[in-house]
Design a protein around this ligand. Structure first.
Ligand code: DGL
Length: 267
């Protein structure tokens, strides 16, 4: 079984891409809706919450977990891979969205000027910036935190005129820096993809981590038959959440394009 973890519903856009690319496997999605947002929390808390979620998914039988949450990938993945896994689950793997997205951005960038929009936590972690520069020390990176976008999207205000104004303000420094590639470094932002594109230069390369991570996961499983053969292939999907609010189905439809049957769990 493949576990997919996010702080809430946004990771469903990533799961959706996995289901298209690799429909044969069993998937267990976990959204920590009781504790969203992660994007404004300290490193210590994001590591603790993510480790609890990973532990929970492992106990449910996942052999491979993808952190669809960019904030968790940026702030917690390294600690989980280097400290937690070797002690508790040396045979299992946790992967994130930062490295696949960074590799794709560098492959597609013509002028090596790459912009990133993300939560405050992801931006201050400097994860995208560091990983980009590790692979290409020449690359110019411009980051912009967009703290208002998650609440706007979660409250269904994408079409509000204020959203356009806020986006314009967030994108201004990236436009001024003439980035040729823009990473949408948060689960939620692909919902605003067309609006973002319309506000930027025509030939901008827009990188959505969901699609990219799905393609890289296909490749990863080819290269790691020892993991691939341990993944069950029943085509099942289960959706776990740590809180069930009346807006569950509305948000599930927004991110997944369909209503879902939720199971409430405690971590
Ligand atoms: N899932 C988070 C991310 O991708 C956005 C929501 C949150 O702040 O928890 O960074």
């Amino acid at each position: 079984m493949i576990g997919v973890f996010d702080s809430g519903f946004g990771g469903l856009v990533v799961l959706r891409e996995f289901l298209q690319a690799l429909p044969q496997y069993d998937y267990l999605y976990l959204g920590d809706n009781a504790r969203i947002p992660y994007g404004t929390r300290s490193d210590k808390v994001v590591v603790r919450f993510t480790a609890q979620a990973v532990d929970f998914l492992f106990r449910q039988g996942c052999n491979l977990i993808i952190l669809a949450c960019h904030t968790a990938s940026a702030k917690a993945l390294r600690t989980i891979q280097q400290v937690y896994l070797p002690v508790h689950y040396p045979e299992r793997r946790v992967l994130g969205v930062v490295i696949p997205t960074v590799e794709e951005a560098l492959a597609r960038s013509r002028g090596k000027r790459i912009g990133i929009i993300a939560t405050e936590g992801t931006v201050t972690s400097l994860s995208f910036d560091l990983e980009l520069k590790k692979l290409d020390p020449e690359v110019e990176v411009v980051q912009q935190a967009c703290p208002l976008l998650v609440p706007i999207i979660e409250s269904g205000e994408q079409e509000w005129e204020g959203t356009g104004m806020i986006l314009k303000r967030y994108l201004a420094p990236l436009k001024a820096a003439q980035v040729d590639t823009l990473i949408l470094g948060c689960t939620h932002y692909s919902i605003l993809k067309e609006k973002i594109r319309a506000l930027m230069e025509d030939n901008l390369e827009l990188i959505c981590s969901g699609q990219v991570t799905a393609a890289k996961l296909v490749d990863y499983l080819h290269r790691h038959p020892e993991m691939e053969t341990r993944l069950s292939r029943g085509g099942s999907r289960r959706y776990l959440t740590t809180d069930l609010t009346p807006r569950f189905q509305q948000l599930a439809s927004l991110f997944m394009g369909q209503s879902l049957t939720p199971e409430v769990v405690e971590l």
